[in-house]
Design a protein around this ligand. Structure first.
Ligand SMILES: [Zn+2]
Length: 238
């Protein structure tokens, strides 16, 4: 790869605030999203919010799922700002501020754990454990952000059951997701299928799945192995 200097120009909000930063490159495989990939850092990432004008409202809302994720795992101020401004009230400078903040948070995580080997970068997967399974099983009729939104609710419900967050914090997370026009309910899927996909994605042994569990708003989350049985109980309520 020597001599190749990759310049990235993200054209979706989701890429601008999240996937363009960090050098994770992957392709989807029939058995799952991003199953084949490697790390390769581009020499530059150019982000121009003008590309947002090319997107549908649904695609922009999808990007807000990752932005809410950053609020929960790292930035209380961002979370609280999002509680006061829905998409139609956001001005261009707000969007630029949000993108800048999310990039800074992502860069911090990536710098500490560039190749995702220390468990630090894993926090960025908040909402993605159940989210990827939903994306996979709905054949992308739930797009990435929508699936992650439901996944964030699932993980927050697990946290609440373990007393890592209060019921009011769980409600607050759900309310913010709904406020930004994103789903909080599981589409009709067979729960065992969701577990099967999660085990395959995580290459996990039967019995447990590693989850990113929020422990507050704007606080670095915990990684915990959760029993299949507990996950099923949450899926029943989701
Ligand atoms: Zn994502």
């Amino acid at each position: 790869m020597r001599g190749i200097s990759l310049i990235q120009v993200p054209t979706t909000l989701l890429a601008m605030v999240d996937s363009a930063i960090g050098g994770k490159t992957a392709v989807n495989h029939p058995k799952g999203k991003n199953l084949v990939g490697s790390f390769y850092q581009p020499s530059n990432v150019f982000i121009d919010p003008i590309f947002l004008e090319t997107l549908s409202e649904r695609e922009i809302r999808s990007g807000f799922s990752e932005i809410i994720k950053y609020g929960v795992i790292s930035d209380r101020n961002l979370f609280e700002f999002l509680e006061t401004k829905s998409l139609d009230k956001l001005m261009e400078e707000d969007i630029v501020g949000i993108i800048t903040r999310c990039i800074a948070i992502k860069a911090q995580y990536v710098e500490k754990d560039e190749e995702d080997r220390k468990g630090i970068r894993a926090a960025l997967n908040y909402g993605h454990t159940v989210g990827h399974a939903i994306e996979n099983l709905t054949n992308n009729s739930f797009n990435h952000g929508e699936a992650v939104a439901v996944g964030m609710v699932a993980a927050a419900m697990l946290s609440e059951r373990k007393d890592l967050i209060s019921e009011s914090t769980l409600r607050r997370i759900c309310k913010l997701i709904e406020y930004h026009g994103l789903p909080t309910k599981l589409p009709s899927l067979v729960h065992d299928d969701i577990l099967d996909v999660m085990h395959r994605d995580k290459k996990a042994e039967r019995g447990y799945i590693r989850f990113v569990l929020p422990i507050g708003i704007g606080v670095e989350p915990l990684l915990q192995d959760i029993k299949d049985e507990s996950i099923k109980q949450v899926l029943e309520k989701l």
